[in-house]
Design a binder for this molecule. Structure first.
Ligand code: PMP
Length: 361
């Protein structure tokens, strides 16, 4: 066994630690650690899953035409330039496989999503971490970090786990300043939560060096089915389709995503509830003396005075049946990321943190 050495870089990948969904000895647990939709999938998506069961003996579509058409229609995009993946995670993987290898550099931001680094290392490339400014993507720092070996730059907008957002003209300035051989990946996992933001689709139309990634895991409540997609110029999509397995998405996932996309009134309702409770949660936490930046997504980053205080608060929340997230491999050790739940979950969180603060005072 010892002689079977993995490729260079593989052992530098830290194992991804997923969040727990239950707490030993505690009932009525609420999971607020994975930015899931607290209202679940749309009833239309559930019905589609049930319908799809009748055809499970058939292989799924290889070109995902029905879902791509639905996405193109909903977002006003060119269907030929859409690719679907097993979550947007898989699109990130395709990008690294296809565009980055040994000797190449892949830039991600300081608190960037874990998959950027994992996929870069798995492809044999070198991840390069760039500092943020006030927990926000720093375009100048990214441009300064680019070299003639940089092949990919990943930013999430809105960003996870910070919830911060940069304006489209900043994104455009980044795309304009990148070296010629470099693609900008604009991760829009939380794009729906920023009113009026198209995830950067209009920039993709104008520029060949931008790829937009999106997901059905957040607003659409389909994290368990794993559906994501990407939008880019035709040449990039052609490249990505070459590394994509022919049956990467299950028929159940494809049909549920299409149904979820069609149920606009459901997503509108989820969105307006999220906005209302996010603002409420932000204000309530600030009143308790917790540091919270304005969030542009479906979670807030709650910053405490120290890592020890965040640890103690997380432990107290656990005793109250509330699971929140330690983030970024403890690169933000003083922070807890809290998904915006429904009203009752948000009230429970604020109540538990006020208890904790009262005892700590
Ligand atoms: N990008 C970001 C910024 C995320 O937070 C997540 C999920 N946590 C993803 C991508 C991946 O989402 P999925 O693979 O479920 O589409």
């Amino acid at each position: 066994m010892a002689r079977m050495k993995p490729q260079p870089g593989i052992m530098d990948i830290a194992l991804y630690v997923g969040g727990a969904s239950h707490i030993e000895g505690v009932s009525d647990v609420v999971k607020l650690s994975s930015n899931e939709n607290p209202f679940g999938p749309s009833p239309a998506a559930i019905a589609a899953v049930e319908r799809s069961a009748r055809n499970l003996h058939r292989y799924p579509s290889t070109d995902h035409a029905a879902l791509r058409n639905a996405i193109a229609g909903a977002h006003g995009l060119d269907v030929a330039r859409i690719i679907c993946g097993v979550g947007s995670d898989e699109i990130i993987t395709f990008l690294c496989q296809a565009y980055a290898g040994s000797g190449d550099e892949v830039i991600h931001t300081q608190h960037g999503f874990a998959m950027y680094r994992i996929s870069a290392l798995a492809a044999g490339a070198t991840p390069v971490e760039v500092a943020e400014r006030d927990r926000t993507v720093d375009v100048d720092a990214i441009l300064a970090a680019c070299t003639d070996r940089t092949r990919l730059v990943f930013i999430a907008n809105p960003a996870n786990p910070t919830g911060t957002f940069i304006a489209l003209d900043e994104v455009e300035r980044l795309a304009d300043g990148l070296p010629e051989q470099c693609l900008l990946v604009l991760d829009g996992a939380y794009a729906e939560f920023e009113p009026g933001y198209d995830g950067g689709a209009t920039l993709v139309e104008k520029r060949e060096n931008i790829v937009m990634t999106r997901t059905f895991s957040k607003l659409y409540g389909l994290g368990g089915l794993r559906v994501g997609w990407g939008y880019a110029c035709q040449d990039v999509i052609d490249v990505l389709n070459r590394v994509r397995g022919p049956f990467n998405l299950s028929s159940t996932a494809l049909e549920a995503a299409e149904a979820a996309l069609g149920d606009r009134s459901y997503t509108e309702k989820c969105l307006s509830e999220n906005t209302k409770m996010r603002l409420w949660l932000t204000e309530a936490l600030r009143e308790l003396g917790v540091g919270v930046d304005d969030s542009h997504a479906n979670f807030v980053l709650a910053r405490f005075g120290s890592a020890a205080e965040a640890d103690a608060c997380e432990a107290h929340l656990k005793t109250q049946g509330l699971i929140v997230r330690r983030v970024g491999g403890y690169k933000l050790p003083e922070a807890l990321r809290i998904t915006v739940g429904d009203e009752s979950a948000c009230r429970r969180v604020v109540h538990a943190i006020s208890q904790f603060k009262a005892v700590a005072a």
